[in-house]
Design a protein around this ligand. Sequence first.
Ligand SMILES: [Zn+2]
Length: 119
Amino acid sequence: MPRNPKTPAKDFFTGVAWLAGFGLLVLLLWFVALLVIAALIFFGLTAFTNWNLGARIGFSLISAFITMKVLGFISATLDLIPEAWIEGKKKTKPCPECGKNLRAVLAQQCMHCGADWHS
Ligand SMILES: [Zn+2]
């Protein structure tokens, strides 16, 4: 018996788990990158200024945060992250005849059952 793809609940929870895990990973990477940049700025300030510790930590954290925001804005503007990574399974839709996934949202023919709705 072939595998039945109609398990919406399971698919849904698998998708949510993936999204949550991915989001957490991105957040963690973002935080680590923030700390690395802050540390670099901190050591730079330590080498080139006579600021007190609090000022150096504060300035390096704020600068790192701004740097990350700017980098995020640039990557969003240049569309560096492929939409497929974010959209996931939403790039397709089911065939109205047999219910299997079409190759594309704009597909006008089903590759599984051969249904054709070209106008
Ligand atoms: Zn079909």
